[in-house]
Each structure stands twice: as C-alpha cells, then as structure tokens.
Design a protein around this ligand. Structure first.
Ligand code: OAD
Length: 273
C-alpha cells in the first residue's frame, strides 16, 4: 500500500524492516543527506554547497580547463571539510549488513568516501563495542561510487587514477599536482556536470536496480540523473521502494514506504543493527 507510512510511521518502519530482513538482493541508493548527520554539507539544503557556488563555475571540465587553480581550491576545501567528519550510525549499519550479505549493494552519489571508511572500520572491528572484528568490509565491487571520490585523483593526460589524501597547494598554478608519469595536471576523480558516469559502475548499479527486491533510497533529493533513475528502475522491476528523507522528493509519490526521518536515526533500526 503506497505511503501508508505517512499515516502510520511505525507500520511503515515495520514493513520496511521486515522486507529488508527477508530480501536476498537489496540496492541502497544514498545521497548527501546520509552524510548530513556526519556534518558534511548537502548540495541543495539551506547551507548547501551550491548556495554560494554555481556548479558550472566549479564542477565542470570547462571550469577546470579555464581555471584549474580555483577548482582545486574548492575541492581542497571540500576535502578538508570531509576529512574531519566521521561515518555515522547510518553508514555503519549499512557497512555491517554489506559485510555479511553478498546480495547487498550500495550505490552512492557521495564523493566523501564515508561509506568506504565505514566499511574499513567494520572490517577492522573498531566501529562499535559489540563488534567482534570478524566481519569483512563491503567488497569494493558492491560499493558503487557513482560520482567518484574526493580522495582519488585522475590524470588529465594519461587517465591514471590513484588514491590521494595529501593536501593540495592551490595557491598558484605551478603548485597544483601533476602526474608523475606524463606531467599533465591531475584532477579530482569525480564526475563533473556534463561528464558520463564510469560505464562499469553504472552497469553494475543498473543490474543491482533491476534485480533487487528492496530499493532503499536515503538522503537524496533524487533530481540528478542517472542516479535517481536507478530507484525508478528498481520500482518498475517490482522492488519495494523505501525512502528515508525528512523532506519529500520527486520519488516520494512512488515510494511504497516513506519514512520522514533522519538517516542516522532510521537506518540502524531498519537494518536490525
Ligand atoms: P542534495 O543536497 O540535492 O539532497 C540532499 C537530500 O538529503 C535532501 O533531499 C534532504 O532533504 C535530505 N536530507 C538532509 N538531511 C538528511 C538526513 N539527516 N537524513 C536523510 N536525509 C537528509 O544531495 P544529493 O541528492 O545527493 O552531483 O545530490 C545529488 C548530486 O547533486 C550530488 O551527487 C552532486 C550534486 O550536484 C555531482 O556533483 C555530480
């Protein structure tokens, strides 16, 4: 029954939790809202990242070609902001479930690497008092970073990719990082407006969407494609669509269960964590 949870949130929560417990295949689609509870700014909220910046001035290949120093300055600031943030109970609940369940996929639009960090903590057993440390982190191939990662770089010349957490000195063009192999400028390994998602990542996410029994959508305004269409594809393929978001989104009307809640409050309970 669509949106029954709007009238009876507890019934909605129970229905979603039962479906998640029973499902053999689950796709979780996350957006900036899941990291809001870790203190990472969202894009479109009141203090959102796009409030003070025009995306086309900073997050496009043209912007980088025009003024790579300015673009690196902004990404350097975003990296510093995120580096001080910790995974919250929502990231950790997802990481724990992913670690024990091979049918559990996480597709995130976030570039903050907090899902990866949660998986690392779960695998090392340092994420909670009751954790025995025997679980393995979410396999990288079931954690799909649709828009890339702030903490990877890509060469604009030879395309080489690498993890990169060091601070970038963006005070001058001459101090920007360059490729050790070909000498070209390095850029953040994120997907910018006007660029396509990595075909392998998108293909894997599309397959997970078409085959999942439950699609859990957390903390996204669901306005950026093709990420938002993954949830629609899952619903069309018969998956139960569960949305966790304090605000309504274009997906809300299609959701079988809509929970108007914060991710860090709702997810541990939904996942039996
Ligand atoms: P948005 O900033 O558009 O949306 C964040 C969503 O999170 C909103 O719907 C909020 O209501 C919700 N939200 C806020 N706090 C929350 C909380 N504590 N728990 C749950 N939900 C909460 O961010 P995205 O939808 O992720 O793309 O944005 C999608 C893409 O647009 C980003 O990946 C980025 C941006 O342009 C690129 O940079 C390519």
């Amino acid at each position: 029954m669509p949106n029954r949870s709007d009238r009876d949130p507890d019934a909605g929560r129970r229905r979603a939790a039962a479906a998640l417990a029973d499902a053999r295949r689950v796709l979780v689609l996350t957006g900036a809202g899941i990291s809001a509870d870790s203190g990472v700014p969202t894009f479109r909220g009141e203090d959102g990242l796009w409030r003070d910046h025009r995306p086309e001035e900073l997050a496009t290949p043209e912007a980088f070609a025009r003024d790579p120093r300015l673009v690196w300055e902004w990404y350097g600031w975003r990296r510093r902001t995120v580096a001080g943030c910790e995974p919250n109970p929502a990231h950790l609940a997802l990481a724990r479930r992913a670690a024990r369940d091979e049918g559990f996929w996480i597709a995130t639009q976030n570039v903050d690497a907090l899902h990866e960090e949660a998986a690392r903590r779960v695998s090392e057993g340092g994420d909670g008092p009751e954790d025995g440390g025997e679980e393995e982190g979410a396999a990288p191939d079931r954690l799909l970073e649709l828009h890339g990662s702030l903490f990877r770089i890509r060469c604009t010349g030879c395309g080489r990719r690498a993890p990169h957490r060091e601070q970038v000195d963006a005070s001058e063009l001459a101090t920007l990082p360059r490729c050790g192999a070909c000498g070209a400028l390095l850029r953040p390994d994120v997907v910018w407006f006007g660029e396509s998602l990595e075909p392998d990542v998108l293909e894997a996410a599309g397959r997970a969407a078409r085959t999942c029994e439950v699609c859990l959508v957390v903390g996204t305004s669901a306005v950026v494609q093709p990420a938002a269409s993954l949830a629609v594809s899952a619903a069309r393929s018969g998956a139960l669509l569960v949305e966790v978001n304090p605000e309504e989104t274009p997906l809300s009307a299609r959701a079988d269960v809509r929970l108007a809640a914060r991710a860090a409050d709702a997810l541990p309970g939904l996942l039996g964590d």
